[in-house]
Ligand binder design. Structure first.
Ligand SMILES: [Zn+2]
Length: 305
């Protein structure tokens, strides 16, 4: 006679329950993922990848890539951000908007050289998006419309004949940027609900100093969130009867010294934000990651191209 911890039927039952739970989890991740083209990978599968395991078996990782500004993008910062994407292996990526600059069609005064740059601007944006896709072949990627993308629509309102020509050709901005070919989803509203307790958006508020805008957005939205737009990095917290909330400003991936700064020091910080979303309940984590001299500093590691 020997002793077993559990009898065979009990063990079979337990294994069946575990299997059922696994299948349910997969289903939940897949429904969070959305369209079928996107193949989600649950954290923990195949062991620890990227060295980061919050919500190890019940959630997914995400990365937010802020303002890259088309031809004003900083190649070093972008290379570092994409190296971080390859390291962290997010299941979802939110491109936070302003990935074109469109200085040439802005209402601001600009030198004639900017006009010629509209093609360069579009190309730089598509090149950036292509690299994002290459760095995360299976991720679901969203492109949130920012105020610089909105310049395009405003330009078309003023030039109805061009608008008519474009619509006859079936061309709109997502098309011009070849987002369909890259399987990148365009978010016209510039905002997305990640969970009922967390939103991502390009952002409208701009206040001086790191964190001031985050405070403004948190007060205005009343729930946790992530935004770009200010080119500053910051994170603030607030506790109310609803619980602890946070808001993150995600920095930028553009150069620090575009011509229009005319030698002034821009109070910007290159960086990105990232985190995890739990599929059980409304839990999430979100963090900022500065890019210092072409290296992402986060999670106790230093990542560059
Ligand atoms: Zn911007």
């Amino acid at each position: 006679m020997y002793l077993r911890k559990t009898c065979r039927p009990c063990e079979t039952k337990k294994n069946a329950a575990r299997g059922r739970e696994d299948r349910e989890m997969r289903k939940a991740v897949e429904s969070a993922a959305g369209p079928a083209k996107w193949k989600p990978r649950v954290m923990g599968q195949g062991g620890v990848e990227g060295g980061y395991t919050e919500h190890p078996d019940e959630g997914y990782r995400f990365v937010c890539l802020p303002d890259s500004h088309g031809y004003l993008a900083d190649p070093e910062a972008i290379a570092a951000a994409l190296a971080f994407v390859r390291f962290y292996k997010p299941v979802r990526i939110f491109c936070l908007g302003d990935h074109v600059d469109f200085a040439s069609i802005s209402r601001f005064d600009k030198p004639p050289s900017d006009i010629a740059r509209i093609g360069e601007d579009l190309e730089a944006c598509t090149a950036f998006m292509t690299e994002v896709r290459k760095s995360a072949p299976d991720a679901r990627i969203h492109y949130l419309k920012g105020n610089h993308e909105a310049r395009f629509a405003r330009f078309l309102w003023k030039h109805q004949e061009v608008a008519a020509l474009f619509s006859a050709q079936g061309m709109d901005l997502p098309n011009l940027l070849k987002l369909g070919d890259l399987n990148i989803e365009w978010e016209e509203s510039g905002a997305l609900e990640v969970t009922p307790a967390l939103i991502v958006k390009h952002g409208h508020v701009v206040r001086q100093r790191s964190g001031y805008t985050a405070t403004g957005e948190l007060e205005r939205n009343g729930i946790s969130g992530i935004s770009g737009h200010t080119h500053r990095l910051g994170q603030v917290y607030k506790r109310s009867r609803a619980g602890v909330m946070t808001w993150v400003e995600s920095g930028c991936l553009c150069k620090y010294d575009p011509d229009y700064m005319e030698g002034q020091v821009s109070d910007w910080q290159q960086g990105l934000s990232f985190g995890t979303v739990s599929l059980r309940g409304r839990g999430f984590t979100v963090h900022t990651a500065p890019i210092i001299k072409g290296r992402v500093k986060a999670l106790g590691v230093d990542i560059g191209a």
